[in-house]
Design a protein around this ligand. Structure first.
Ligand code: PGA
Length: 225
């Protein structure tokens, strides 16, 4: 199975989010034989209404959360825990470079988050920008299986991905550090203009799409490439 994750980041209000799903339903109509999984990562406040809408429309689309707290529960104002989203999200994006850059997150915190996601059977989608950080990650073989995202932080928000050779090298480093079973995802300037080239490489199990996931048409093009 291959995956497309649409990371909306801090974008859209509820109406825009619901319009996006309605448009997606239109674009997906009659296409239930696609061999890929489409996962949307909206702002967490929209997980419940979008989950309802997806269910009503019988869409083959899943939801994930953009982050979870490193604390299981308690007096941590503003935080959202893995336990709170367990019925709303099957995946959690963890350690995104924007979390590390703007919110001072480090791999010690990310490891706490991984543990909690695995405890609650949420698949952690762990971002790394350098193979040097592979040694800092703690993935348990128990609990939900993890996915690793190579996210080239120099390539975010543009139109050109990291070079394919570099992506494959990263993928092989991930597979030799963890088992071959870990899914390998690439993120960083993925768009309709380069998705086909990335999909042609069998070692890439999925794509994490940022700004090109904000329009249903663009996301579908990547999904169907
Ligand atoms: P982008 O974001 O697709 O806008 O480059 C990707 C990411 O944040 O990983």
């Amino acid at each position: 199975m291959r995956y497309v994750f649409g990371n909306w980041k801090e974008n859209k209000n509820l109406e825009e989010a619901q319009n996006f799903v309605a448009e997606l339903a239109h674009l997906l109509a009659g296409r239930n034989r696609v061999e890929k999984k489409l996962v949307l990562l909206p702002p967490s406040i929209f997980l419940a209404p979008l989950g309802e809408q997806i269910k009503e429309l019988l869409l083959p689309v899943e939801l994930g959360v953009q982050d979870v707290s490193s604390f299981e529960e308690g007096a941590y104002t503003g935080e959202i825990s893995a336990r709170m989203v367990v019925d709303l999200a099957g995946y959690a994006l963890l350690g995104h470079s924007e979390r590390r850059r703007f919110f001072g997150e480090n791999y010690q915190t990310v490891n706490e988050k991984i543990k909690l996601c695995q405890k609650y059977q949420i698949t952690p989608l762990v971002c790394l920008s350098s193979t040097n950080d592979l040694g800092a990650l703690e993935l348990s073989q128990r609990g939900s299986p993890a996915m690793i995202v190579y996210e080239d932080s120099q390539k975010i928000g543009g139109e050109e991905t990291a070079n394919l050779g570099e992506i494959i090298q990263f993928c092989r480093a991930v597979r030799s550090r963890f088992s071959g079973k870990v899914k390998f995802i690439y993120g960083g300037s993925v768009g309709p203009q380069n998705a086909r080239t990335l999909w042609q490489n069998e070692e890439i199990d999925g794509l994490l799409v940022g700004h090109h996931s904000l329009k249903a048409g663009g996301l579908m093009e990547i999904f169907l490439s």
